[in-house]
Every structure is written in C-alpha cells, then in structure tokens.
Design a protein around this ligand. Structure first.
Ligand SMILES: Nc1ncnc2c1ncn2[C@@H]1O[C@H](COP(=O)(O)OP(=O)(O)OP(=O)(O)O)[C@@H](O)[C@H]1O
Length: 211
C-alpha cells in the first residue's frame, strides 16, 4: 500500500497542488485524471522518487519514502517499483532480452519468453530496442514489468502510443498484475483506461471521482 499524506508541490511561486492525500491499496488500480497541466506526471514522479514534493509524506510499507537515503531509495526502486513511462525508459542500444534481464533481480527463471509472447513480441529477444517502433518499445516496457513483478506500478499514459487493440492489452496486463496484489497507478486521458480502473482520482480537485 502507498499512502500520500498532505502532499504539496510548488515551482517557485506557483503551487501545483497542496494538501493532496491519497491511498492506493494492493490489488487496486487507480486512474489519475485531470486536465493537462494539473500535475499527474509530477505526482507519479514524486511517487517514484524521481521528483520531490515540497512538503508532505509518502508512506510505503509504513516507512516515509522521502526520508530514505540514496541506498534506501535505490532498494525501493529495485525491489518494489515498476515504471511504464512515456519515454519507455529502455536501454536503447541493448537487445530486448537485455532489457528484460535488467528487471529480473534475483528471481531465477523469470519467464522472458512468456512475457514477450503475452505482449505480441514472441521470438524478438535478440532485436535491438532502437530498431523497434514506439508501440513495440512500449510493449517491451510492459514485458519488463511482467518479468519484474513489482508491488507498485506507476504508468504514465501507457496507451498513448498504441492502437486500441494494444491499448486494451496493456490494461489487461496491468489488471492481471493488480489481481496478484500489485497496486497500479495510471495517469491517463483515455476514458477506456479510466473505466477499467477501480477508482479515479482527480489531481486538480484532489479527490476521488469514481471509476
Ligand atoms: N521542473 C519544473 N519546473 C517548473 N514547472 C514544472 C516542472 N515540472 C513540471 N512543471 C509544470 O507543472 C505542471 C504540471 O505538469 P505535469 O506534466 O505534471 O502535468 P500533467 O497533468 O501530467 O499534464 P499532461 O496531461 O499534459 O501530461 C505544468 O504546468 C508543468 O509546466
């Protein structure tokens, strides 16, 4: 479970949001919604420790993530966190297989082939990521999540670069991960993604608005 308590984010004199309080339970899928510029990506970045809120607490497993040192933050990212971001965060010059290996941690025998088959990329292990299309890169990032099996997934517009069929597949994979106990947070403008989530949280209004 991840709990955001009274988060505030300001850029100089401009306050993006304040008093933002939100809980995402294991096994739940939450959509972050709100107008462009309301701060959905910034909130995901704060939850993933890529950005710092100006004040507030982010509790995970009872500990305040914002108080962790470098080592603690690295362990949180490595052991618990999965990203599905717009820039895919893949190693461009490496093969598909090498990108999945990065996620494997110590879990021997992670099912690379099964994950690639699930995202429609069976047999593509040896191809270099920079030769893949945008949608294929997004699906490699999804396969990497399946290999990693994180307890928290942060996804930023995960269907943005995909056709509707592949978009539905992304949602389906994230739903399966949530059924296995993962907490999934998705920033989205896509009503189909929002409809597939358990609840939606409007970042501008700072309250839940229903699934
Ligand atoms: N480092 C920064 N310095 C100043 N302003 C920033 C910084 N990062 C983000 N912002 C501003 O914060 C606001 C929210 O940006 P963010 O990308 O989080 O919104 P969003 O809701 O995800 O938007 P979209 O739906 O268009 O992706 C924007 O006005 C952006 O310019």
């Amino acid at each position: 479970m991840i709990v955001l308590e009274e988060l505030t984010k300001s850029f100089g004199p401009r306050t993006l949001w304040e008093g933002l309080t939100l809980t995402v339970e294991p096994g739940r899928m939450l959509a972050l919604v709100g107008a462009s510029g309301s701060g959905k990506t910034t909130l995901l970045n704060c939850m993933g420790l890529l950005d710092e809120p100006s004040s507030g607490r982010i509790l995970f497993g009872g500990a305040d993530l914002l108080r962790l040192g470098h080592g603690g933050r690295r362990r949180f990212r490595r052991n618990h966190l999965g990203y599905l971001f717009q820039d895919y965060a893949l190693i461009e010059n490496a093969t598909v297989r090498a990108n999945l290996d990065v996620a494997r941690r110590r879990r021997a025998g992670a099912d690379h082939a099964g994950a690639l088959a699930r995202v429609g990329l069976a047999g593509r292990e040896k191809e270099r990521v920079h030769h893949l299309s945008g949608g294929e890169r997004q699906r490699v990032a999804l396969a990497r999540l399946m290999v990693k099996q994180p307890s928290l997934v942060l996804a930023d517009e995960p269907t943005g670069a995909l056709d509707s069929c592949n978009g539905a597949m992304v949602v389906d994979v994230l739903r399966r991960m949530s059924r296995r106990g993962c907490a999934v947070v998705i920033a989205t403008h896509d009503d189909r993604v929002r409809g597939a989530c358990d609840t939606a949280f409007d970042v501008h209004a700072r309250r839940e608005v229903g699934g």
